[in-house]
Design a protein around this ligand. Structure first.
Ligand SMILES: Cc1cc2nc3c(=O)[nH]c(=O)nc-3n(C[C@H](O)[C@H](O)[C@H](O)COP(=O)(O)OP(=O)(O)OC[C@H]3O[C@@H](n4cnc5c(N)ncnc54)[C@H](O)[C@@H]3O)c2cc1C
Length: 444
């Protein structure tokens, strides 16, 4: 029986594991390290967040992005975008030093099993733990417009399914969305030789300005304070006071999580985008049909295969006028929704018992990230309706990891005090350990 199983080894899972290991908890960290960044984001992408806001968290504070870049002689500075590859490598470097080794296993089920949980992996292992931290990140929460539901994967996909956009060279591709993922996906498609266009409900695209210099006069700094999520007082509150956000009424928090820091393109992308991507703004996607015609299917490299089918997108503009657009493939860059019903690894009955934030489908959490089911903790996007928009970004890991681990420590200590563990072992016999032993400490 472990104290803690951390599910997911992205920025949040790695940070939680680093703090848990330092706290002396026996734990396992399950998941392919930095998988969202290594497998689900397009080659050639850059981070939108500034390097100073892209640190993972360990108790020593030593495993920073700057420390990694200094060790590898990689230039890194405020105002200069960081490549996806550098950030993914930084995550792996952090994981090798600060956290117990992540094990590349996919968790398929987390279910209550007195006095804690039973965790089952696709690879066939069953573990027991007093506490579970779900840091499963964004990919299970991908949001796709209902209008695209009937289309096969060759004709429609989500932006998180693409690592190599050069597959679309020679194809006509429509990207739905107005946020950074949509704009950067479209720019990368155009640069890879596709005919890309962006389709968005918004009447205009929003572009962020280049970041303010870190050193500014005191009056400017007071009027427009600098913080990890940009500048301005609202952003400062979201990034520096997540605990205060949790004190707001639930409806306000749900609204903030949905709307604060809305869709916008990074300043460094604008020129690349505007020189190569036409836009269709003020258009709502209401339906999509398969249609005949000579389309093209994504191939590998420059090999574009002819395809007998295309997609006809049905659109309505703000005045109610209807039109259609035909395309070879549509990419929904429509983001991720913090909804528990998308988390298949949580059994239905456990999921149903969890209390929600207001009318949302996000878990209600204590100040230490514990859900209403004792011992079940959440980290990352699913916590944004509780702690605010910082939880949508890597930066939020620094707030999350120490508090969550403190919550786990208290939960484990309370269980030990109550002697539940011994009662359990007497009733069920010893629990079988993993084939290769625990990552940190021994299960007790
Ligand atoms: C295109 C794009 C660009 C972004 N750019 C930025 C940026 O510039 N700056 C920023 O701060 N944020 C950015 N984000 C947001 C970013 O995703 C989060 O900040 C960060 O990845 C959150 O970390 P996480 O650990 O919660 O989630 P993730 O990075 O998604 O990690 C979760 C991990 O859990 C694993 N996992 C999921 N289910 C299971 C399971 N059942 N079993 C085992 N493992 C599982 C996944 O494989 C993954 O490795 C971006 C997001 C996208 C999609």
């Amino acid at each position: 029986m472990y104290d803690l199983v951390v599910v997911g080894a992205g920025p949040y899972g790695l940070s939680v594991a680093a703090h848990a290991a330092a706290a002396g908890l026996s734990l396992r960290l399950l998941g392919r390290p930095m998988a969202s960044w290594r497998d689900h984001m397009p080659r050639g992408m850059f981070l939108k967040s500034e390097p100073g806001a892209s640190n993972l968290s360990d108790p020593s504070g030593a495993r920073t992005l700057t420390a990694y870049c200094a060790e590898r002689n990689i230039p890194v500075r405020h105002g200069s975008p960081l490549s996806l590859e550098t950030f993914a490598e930084y995550g792996l470097w952090f994981g090798e030093r600060a956290a117990p080794a992540a094990e590349e296993q996919t968790v398929v089920s987390v279910a209550p099993h007195t006095p804690g949980f039973r965790i089952v992996t696709a690879e066939g292992e069953t573990l027991r733990a007093r506490a579970v931290a779900l840091a499963t990140g964004v990919t299970p929460l991908a949001y796709r417009p209902a209008a695209l539901a009937g289309l096969p994967p060759e004709l429609a996909s989500h932006s998180s399914e693409h690592r190599d956009l050069s597959r679309f060279k020679g194809c006509d591709v429509t990207v739905v969305g107005a946020g950074q993922a949509a704009l950067e996906t479209a720019a990368l498609l155009a640069e890879a030789g596709a005919e890309a266009r962006v389709l968005a409900r918004a009447g205009r695209l929003v572009w962020n300005a280049p970041p303010q210099p870190l050193r500014r006069g005191p009056l400017t700094a007071l009027r427009d304070p600098h913080c990890a999520l940009g500048t301005g007082w609202p952003s400062w509150v979201w990034s520096e006071l997540p605990w205060a956000v949790r004190r707001l009424p639930a409806a306000a928090r749900v609204h903030i999580a949905r709307h604060a820091l809305g869709p916008a393109g990074a300043w460094w992308l604008r020129e690349r985008f505007e020189s190569g991507v036409p836009v269709l703004l003020g258009s709502r996607l209401v339906g999509a049909d398969r249609t005949g015609g000579s389309g093209c299917a994504p191939g590998t490299g420059s090999a574009v295969r002819p395809r007998p089918e295309r997609v006809r997108l049905r659109l309505v503009d703000a005045a109610g006028a209807r039109r259609t657009v035909e395309t070879d493939h549509v990419v929904a860059a429509t983001g991720f929704a913090p909804e528990l019903n998308r988390l298949e690894l949580l059994g239905g009955s456990l999921r149903d018992t969890l209390r929600r934030v207001g009318t949302s489908d996000a878990p209600r959490l204590t100040g230490r990230f514990e859900s209403s089911y004792p011992g079940l903790f959440f980290a990352g996007l699913l916590t944004a309706p509780t702690f605010g928009p910082a939880m949508r970004f890597v930066y939020g890991a620094g707030f999350t990891a120490p508090r969550l681990v403190d919550g786990v420590r208290r939960h484990v200590a309370a269980q030990r005090r109550a002697g539940v563990h011994h009662v359990f072992e007497e009733a069920h016999g010893p629990v079988h350990g993993p084939p290769h032993g625990p990552a940190v400490g021994r299960p007790t």
